[in-house]
Design a binder for this molecule. Structure first.
Ligand SMILES: C[S@@+](CC[C@H](N)C(=O)[O-])C[C@H]1O[C@@H](n2cnc3c(N)ncnc32)[C@H](O)[C@@H]1O
Length: 228
């Protein structure tokens, strides 16, 4: 299916959320990182400003900053209204209210937009999409994927998940995926089968509890490495 901006809802998390979701240490932040499906998140902008090395891929990056901003403005109220209607699915501990959530997400997306044109010139924002990536084997130390794989288990098949994760494992030495829940705050229907399939291919799978939980029960990250 070809990508169109009017079918997507741009929604980006902050650098601090990425650090918590993926349990990123100072050592991890020195690595060459691939962010997969980063959308309008602020991770790339902030890490680059701190001297880090990060490339983000997302089909969204076919679009101009102007068009992404317009789409954020068009969809922002709807996303907040949906969150308000489903407040019980979230943990309001670090983020205390729907209004605060909106402010945090908007600040992150504004940081992304301020960095976007320069980042595109520097090839830090590339319009590619899983399950195939145009990178060399082990080009990155670490690939991270936030709120795409497993979250959209109803929309993205088991075969897609398996192919996409193998591709991430091809281009990076280590892969981390968060969350392990699908929409509706239920465990992903693909999780166990994907883990079994990856283990059969010689990968070591660790499910780690992390210090981040916004989707209720969504406080686990999958870490995947090739067994040497
Ligand atoms: C819910 S957003 C998450 C954005 C960001 N990772 C975050 O956590 O704030 C999901 C993103 O995945 C992107 N996406 C959808 N299909 C993709 C694919 N096949 N490969 C890479 N990214 C994809 C969307 O364009 C969107 O920006």
């Amino acid at each position: 299916m070809s990508f169109t901006l009017d079918t997507i809802v741009p929604w980006g998390r902050s650098f601090d959320e990425y650090v918590a979701m993926f349990a990123l240490t100072n050592n991890d932040l020195q690595k060459h990182i691939l962010g997969c499906g980063d959308g309008p998140a602020a991770f790339n902008a902030t890490l680059t400003a701190q001297g880090g090395r990060v490339t983000s891929i997302d089909p969204l990056y076919q679009c101009s900053a102007h068009d992404i901003r317009q789409r954020i403005n068009e969809t922002y109220d709807t996303v907040l209204a949906q969150t308000r209607n489903n407040q019980h699915e979230f943990v309001w501990k670090s983020i205390h209210s729907v209004e605060e959530l909106g402010q945090i997400r908007l600040a992150a997306m504004n940081d992304f937009l301020a960095d976007y044109e320069r980042g595109k010139q520097q090839a830090r924002y590339l319009a590619h999409e899983l399950p195939q990536l145009p990178f060399a084997n082990q080009q990155f130390d670490l690939a991270i994927c936030s709120h795409l794989l497993f979250l959209y288990s109803e929309q993205l098949s088991l075969a897609f998940h398996f192919e996409a994760i193998l591709e991430l494992c091809r281009v990076a030495n280590e892969v981390r995926i968060f969350p392990l829940l699908e929409l509706g705050a239920k465990p992903s229907r693909h999780l166990q089968t994907v883990a079994d399939m990856l283990e059969k291919q010689g990968y070591n799978i660790i499910v780690r509890k992390v210090n981040y939980e916004f989707q209720r029960g969504g406080n686990q990250m999958m870490q995947i490495e090739k067994i040497a």
